[in-house]
Design a protein around this ligand. Structure first.
Ligand SMILES: [Zn+2]
Length: 266
């Protein structure tokens, strides 16, 4: 492990828009490396992206994979898809099950189904000693998905757990920390209106913090509105360093150490 290099602990090289728009993964990886990123977690969101992430990771020793089905998509899959996730989870490059969880942003329907799939995919993480990469999203100023997720992981904890793209507040950060979770902070922390998230980032202990791009989404300020790439993670690192009154180097050292820990890497 090189603690001077950034670990982008949640990104999507497998997002179809990169290929559609002519971006080559090898170029994106190279540009990220030139920007100081040494390690990647290529996160899946359905079966196809799970397989693609695995295929992409074979070319890069420092690219790891999460396989799983996103809560917004579970209603489109037959139950048998869980067996496929369980089978893919055994691939050597897989370190996590993700992104899985609860997304209450749009519809009220499918909530029970989302919970069922969340639990079933936690079970796969438990059986394979894998990390749980959680996607939890609510409508604005609402915390029902966060509450339900907390309740589920309290009774069904995975060996190691991450809240990806954390977007709640200090109180909720503490609730997840109390359950042993790591908290992954993305580009949203750089947004001017992200006061709650910035306050949370300030208090999250250095030994539980991770950084991510969630590329191609959530591009950090001042590039907000453009397509996101792993090479832009340094804006997020700089913002967290600023909030915590530390240097980017210190943030990188801790978050990379934490990522190795939480993904159970040597
Ligand atoms: Zn994502």
């Amino acid at each position: 492990m090189d603690k001077n290099l950034i670990f982008d602990a949640h990104t999507h090289f497998n997002d179809g828009s990169y290929a559609d728009e002519g971006f080559e993964i090898k170029t994106l990886v190279k540009e990220a490396q030139e920007a100081g990123v040494g390690y990647f977690l290529n996160c899946a969101f359905d079966l196809e992206s799970s397989k693609l992430a695995l295929e992409q990771a074979t070319a890069y020793p420092n690219m790891f994979v999460a396989v799983g089905i996103h809560p917004m998509d579970v209603h489109n899959f037959p139950k048998a898809a869980l067996e496929e996730v369980a089978r893919l989870a055994k691939s050597p490059k897989v370190v996590a099950i993700g992104e899985v969880g609860l997304d209450y942003y749009w519809a009220k329907e499918h909530r029970e189904l989302q919970k069922e799939w969340f639990k079933a995919q936690i079970d796969i993480a438990r059986k394979n000693n894998l990390t749980l990469m959680m996607h939890i999203r609510d409508a604005k100023d609402n915390y029902e998905a966060y509450d339900d997720a907390l309740e589920i992981i309290k009774s069904l904890p995975a060996p190691r757990m991450i809240v990806h793209c954390f977007s709640a507040n200090e109180t909720y950060a503490q609730k997840f920390l109390d359950l042993g979770c790591y908290i992954n902070i993305g580009g949203a922390v750089t947004f001017k209106n992200a006061k709650d998230l910035q306050t949370a980032a300030k208090m999250i202990p250095l030994n539980r913090l991770l950084v991510e791009t969630d590329a191609p989404y959530l591009t950090p300020h001042p590039l907000r509105g453009q397509k996101n790439f792993p090479k832009y993670i340094s804006y997020t690192v700089a913002k967290i360093a600023d909030l915590k009154n530390l240097t980017p180097k210190e943030i990188i050292k801790h978050t990379t150490e934490n990522a190795f820990q939480v993904f159970n890497l040597k």
